[in-house]
Design a protein around this ligand. Structure first.
Ligand code: SAM
Length: 229
């Protein structure tokens, strides 16, 4: 069955172009995934379609109100079961390839994007099954985090990537390993040369060179990110 991803957003326009470009667009055309963006404002019923309000207890900024989220999420939950209801938040578990690999096996995923100062916490408390951070920085909204999650999951779905784009040997697909660098024509450009071994046509030497380069890049990556040996 085709995977379905629902995203609930206060600024749905920010999702439209990235979801309708390149491989993610093709994945939808190939019916590998259905991605539905819900405009939070469609679930606000007062005269001004208000979706935000001041936080109780004071402080700067506006919060997204609970009622439109509750209405939208409850409607979706009546229609189907979700494997993951994801709340992107700086306070969540760090997102990584192993999570993307696991979620690529899911049937239905819902992503609740915060905006402004965030969302009334009752929405997280009531519905979120997975609180996810995409890094140690603060974004203006959960939409970019949603796009990161969607992109990394959808490219893993069978039939989405063509052979030449295969995900299997990408960095981090097989544990904490960084891939060797790639080069294409021309073999020399502005006096910068492609390593001779790649032009040699000697398969075993190329394989050994790639393994060695991958080891060097992986060690460097671990060192600059202060990861364990
Ligand atoms: N007041 C919130 C806090 O201090 O945790 C930050 C709100 S942020 C300006 C607005 C929204 O962006 C959040 O509700 C969340 O959905 C999203 N967001 C911001 N940084 C994120 C990150 N590192 N990972 C995932 N989502 C993030």
């Amino acid at each position: 069955m085709m995977m379905r991803i629902d995203v609930i957003s206060a600024v749905p326009d920010s999702l439209i172009s990235p979801l309708n470009t390149s491989i993610i667009k093709r994945a939808q055309e190939r019916k590998k995934v259905e991605i539905i963006v819900h405009n939070l404002r469609d679930y606000a019923h007062d005269k001004h379609k208000q979706i935000d309000d001041k936080p109780f207890g004071g402080g700067p900024g506006m919060l997204l109100k609970p009622e439109p989220f509750f209405e939208c999420i409850e409607k979706l939950l009546c229609e189907r079961k979700y494997d993951h209801i994801v709340f992107p938040t700086p306070g969540g578990k760090f997102y990584d390839q192993s999570i993307a690999n696991k979620w690529s096996l899911a049937q239905n995923i819902m992503i609740i994007a915060g905006h402004y100062k965030g969302i009334d916490d009752r929405v997280r408390e009531k519905f979120a099954t997975d609180e996810i951070s995409i890094g140690m920085y603060v974004l203006t909204g959960g939409e970019i985090a949603a796009l990161v999650i969607i992109d990394s999951v959808v490219r893993l779905l069978p039939g989405v990537l063509n052979d030449s784009e295969s995900a299997l040997n990408d960095s981090l697909m097989d544990g904490n390993i960084i891939e060797a660098p790639y080069y294409t024509r021309p073999a020399e450009y502005k006096e910068l040369k492609v390593p001779d071994v790649l032009l040699s046509g000697h398969e075993k030497n190329v394989r050994e060179w790639k393994a060695e380069q991958s080891k060097i890049l992986t060690e460097k990556w671990k060192k600059i990110n202060k990861l364990e040996k």
